[in-house]
Design a binder for this molecule. Structure first.
Ligand code: G1P
Ligand code: ZN
Length: 551
């Protein structure tokens, strides 16, 4: 049962009314910054968190964000509200900074009752960009659907919120502060996280690799991972100064789109494709939970990255002898399943969104997990973790002493290759997005047995997930179309956008070890792409002639 506190009658109470648009998505409440700037908007949602999470009163709360525009002001408001709600101890990252994985690590380390993370992840920031807030529970992971729903329901009935009139402490300097009855510790956002990384990876081996002429570039995209990457890669591991590019967190991410993919990390990609360019490249997103892995002239798809990490787990100190299984989101390629099969480990297929991994990780059913959308992680925290993935790869490279491209070739020669690409149609009118999906759903029963462009459809369904841990069911998680030779198309609508609809089309084709392993991906998938466009009729229904982003 959720306990709802009754409005205090003292001077800390501010009357307010519900906002009807505070329905959190899979990654918390994410809206245009301007919406968050409305009076009482943030406060109402935070009040709903305190009303539905009674353990926060008298407990420890972790607080931080990705440094985007309004981060600082929002942190100050939440500090004052936490004090008004009787939080005993508040752990806040200095400058108001905490990457999402670091927040998760800190919640776990200090056994906090939860954490509030301010971020709109990879979405652009600034007054015209996006802002977001999410609540993570005591396991360090995103709130469950039930908790999220309870917060939403409560946000619709708010009559006011409690806030201390006193100002919050300055966040620039680390130290101990008192606000009302709440002790506020402003902590170094990096050190707890860096310690955790050091406990998982062979830092000595990586240091030797980096001192031997191996060159890396990490693109922090002017977002939160700059300070983390500098501390870990340059200071602790000895990468050359300047290996971290765009390392200064900026409130608008320098006007960029802090999403580590081939489109948005163009400068890094160009560097890696230059003659004599670096041996290894990587990037992370706004809040530090995503990663992109590159070698010289080589792009590792996130799906392949998970598979390679699993295949090498026995060589990584933090994972040796303890991998229980792997999980991937449904649209992620099946590359990791092939490794799991070879290793005799269970492989789970979950809906898109990190929270489905949490149950499996908590229950010890899986140790590694990942998504095609540049998200990889393990049981060390309950979020995906960008820099962790980078260090994992550096650990592999330090032991293998082979270029990234050769590691990939060797992997495909052993397991075969899952050619993979995602085509996004962004900014469609919402009704068109819904119509495309409905049309696909209506067609489902007639698809098996059909031949399209020389490919035979074997099965087609709308993915439905029964959680093996809590037995909850999540239906309508995306349309899957499987073909006879192992090709697969998945269609789903994005759940994280802040305006309109984004149609995502995920395409993959399997090539066995004996096949052609070095084709151009878009060429190899050309026929399947045509079939996908025919099936969903995106051109006819939306008048779009090409995807907005191809990754
Ligand atoms: C996207 C990704 C998904 C990821 C989420 C949060 O969600 O596709 O894998 O978990 O961002 O980072 P989508 O917009 O597709 O709903
Ligand atoms: Zn993110």
């Amino acid at each position: 049962m959720t306990q709802i506190s009754s409005p205090p009658t003292d001077k800390h109470w501010q009357a307010s009314e519900p906002f009807t648009d505070q329905k959190p998505g899979t990654s918390g409440l994410r809206k245009k910054t301007q919406q968050f700037l409305q009076p009482h908007y943030l406060e109402n949602f935070v009040q709903a968190i305190f009303d539905t999470q009674p353990a926060l009163a008298g407990g420890t709360l972790v607080l931080g964000g990705d440094g985007r525009f309004h981060n600082h002001e929002a942190i100050a408001i939440i500090c004052r509200m936490a004090a008004a709600h009787g939080v005993t101890r508040l752990l806040v990252g200095a400058n108001g900074w905490l990457s999402t994985p670091a927040a998760s690590a800190i919640i776990r380390k200090y056994e906090a009752a939860g954490g509030i993370i301010l971020s709109a992840s990879h979405n652009p920031g600034g007054p015209d960009g996006d802002f977001g807030i999410k609540f993570n529970g005591p396991n360090g992971g995103p709130a469950s659907e039930q908790v999220t729903e309870a917060i939403y329901q409560r946000s619709q009935k708010i009559e006011g919120y409690a806030i201390l009139p006193d100002p919050a402490p300055a966040l620039e300097a680390q130290g101990e502060y008192q606000l009302g009855a709440t002790r506020i510790t402003v902590l170094d956002p990096v050190s707890d996280y860096a310690e955790l990384m050091e406990s998982l990876f062979d830092f000595a081996a990586i240091r030797t690799l980096l001192s031997g002429g191996f060159r890396l570039r990490f693109d922090a995209m002017h977002a939160i991972t700059g300070p983390y990457a500098r501390a870990l890669l340059e200071d602790r591991l000895g990468a050359a100064t300047g290996s971290v590019m765009h390392g200064e967190p900026l409130t608008d991410f320098g006007g960029g789109h802090p999403d580590p993919n081939l489109a948005h990390a163009r400068e890094l990609v160009d560097l890696l494709w230059q003659d004599g360019g670096p041996d290894f490249g990587a990037a992370s997103d706004g809040d530090g939970d995503r990663n992109m892995i590159l070698g010289h002239c080589c792009y590792v798809t996130p799906s392949d990255s998970l598979a390679v990490m699993l295949a090498h787990a026995e060589q990584i100190p933090g994972y040796r002898g303890r991998v229980s299984g792997v999980a991937r989101s449904m649209p992620t390629s099946r590359a990791a399943d092939r490794v799991a099969k070879a290793l005799g480990l269970p492989a789970y297929e979950t809906p898109t969104g990190w929270k489905f991994f949490g149950n499996l990780l908590d229950a010890g059913k899986v140790t590694l997990c990942g998504e095609e959308s540049f998200g990889t992680g393990s049981d060390h925290v309950r979020e995906k973790d960008g820099l962790w993935a980078v260090l994992y790869w550096l650990n592999i490279l330090a032991l293998q002493r082979k270029p990234v491209g050769e590691i990939m070739q060797a992997h495909w020669q052993q397991y075969g290759r899952d050619y993979y690409s995602r085509h996004d149609y962004e900014g469609l009118p919402s009704d068109i997005g819904a119509a495309i999906m409905q049309r696909l759903r209506d067609q489902l029963p007639t698809l098996p047995g059909q031949q399209l462009g020389g490919l035979n459809i074997q099965t087609a369904d709308d993915f439905c997930y029964d959680d093996p841990v809590d037995s909850s069911r999540s239906a309508n998680q995306g349309i899957r179309v499987l073909f006879e030779n192992g090709e697969r198309i998945v269609f789903r609508l994005s759940g994280t956008g802040t305006s309109g609809a984004t149609l995502r089309i995920y395409l993959e084709a399997y090539e066995p070890p004996s096949g052609v392993l070095d084709s151009d991906v878009q060429e190899r998938l050309a026929e399947l792409i045509k079939v996908a466009e025919t099936l969903c009729a995106v051109r006819a229904l939306s008048e779009r002639h090409a995807p907005t982003v191809i990754t």
